[in-house]
Design a protein around this ligand. Sequence first.
Ligand code: G3H
Ligand code: 13P
Ligand code: ZN
Length: 330
Amino acid sequence: MVNYKDLGLVNSRELFKKAINGGYAIPAFNFNNMEQIQAIIQACFEAKSPVILQVSSGARKYANQTLLRYMAQGAVEYAKELGYAIPIVLHLDHGDTFELCKSCIEYGFSSVMIDGSAHPYDENVELTRKVVEYAHKYDVTVEGELGVLAGIEDDVVAASHVYTRPEDVEDFVSKTGVDSLAISIGTSHGANKFKPEQCTRNADGILVPPPLRFDILKEIEKRIPGFPIVLHGSSSVPQDLVKSINEHGGALKDAIGIPEEQLREASKSAVCKINIDSDGRLAMTAAVREVLQEKPAEFDPRKYLGPARERLKQLYIHKCIDVLGSANQA
Ligand code: G3H
Ligand code: 13P
Ligand code: ZN
């Protein structure tokens, strides 16, 4: 058993309280390799932003849980070496069983998500309550989820959103004791969040997706005032990155994300954690494709992973400053 506090990590409780009061959201960036974690720490150090490092089940399988935990521990030391300790949370993203959450807690995670949203309501409550009971013994914070995001979530493919029902949130929060709640208001995972036919075109011919359901968010806030809300699937799918990928041999079709202005708006509410993974994947892929196409004789991975890391860092700095508003809050 390793306690996260001994690793210099923090749980999310205080960060969320400050974020709600301050009208900003904490970035939750997924990582599964060294360049990503370097970019996250460098960016959040420069932007002076607290950060949530997220590990998905897929990341655990890809990179090994032990290695990832040591990387997070290394990230704490790395930030100190850069100049000072920014608050760093190590969070399990989309945990789907009690055993997985327990294992992460024993490994030094400071926060876990138990995603029971694919189960019937009562089973979701029961599973989430069980995780909370265990996690709180170690002062680990827990994120639950109500509602289902369209797209792929937990290996379950949902054709359309099941928006969170505001009438459920009070009951769910009080019965489970969760510390934060992920909701479904129109975001979804991946780089293809909307079909072009769902969008309208603005004066410049750019596709504009349907807006997030801020009405549902407001209703939820009314029922659980001041309670920390989480948005998954919040990549914006920057079109310059999509264009560059496609101009350098890629084949991304109909890649559309959540407009940044809407995330900026959401960050001012009780939304205090915003999950971003796909945008980072796009940034890395764009940079790698550019280098490999422009310098076909290059074969040192540092020559393409280095620029990919730099592109990621710039993306994360932009998210902290211009989208989530978390800059200067560390
Ligand atoms: O919510 C999903 C995250 O983007 C993680 O994706 O399961 O492919 O690592 P992954
Ligand atoms: P994106 O696919 O929009 O980056 O969402 C990531 C996410 O929600 C991780 O849990
Ligand atoms: Zn997610």
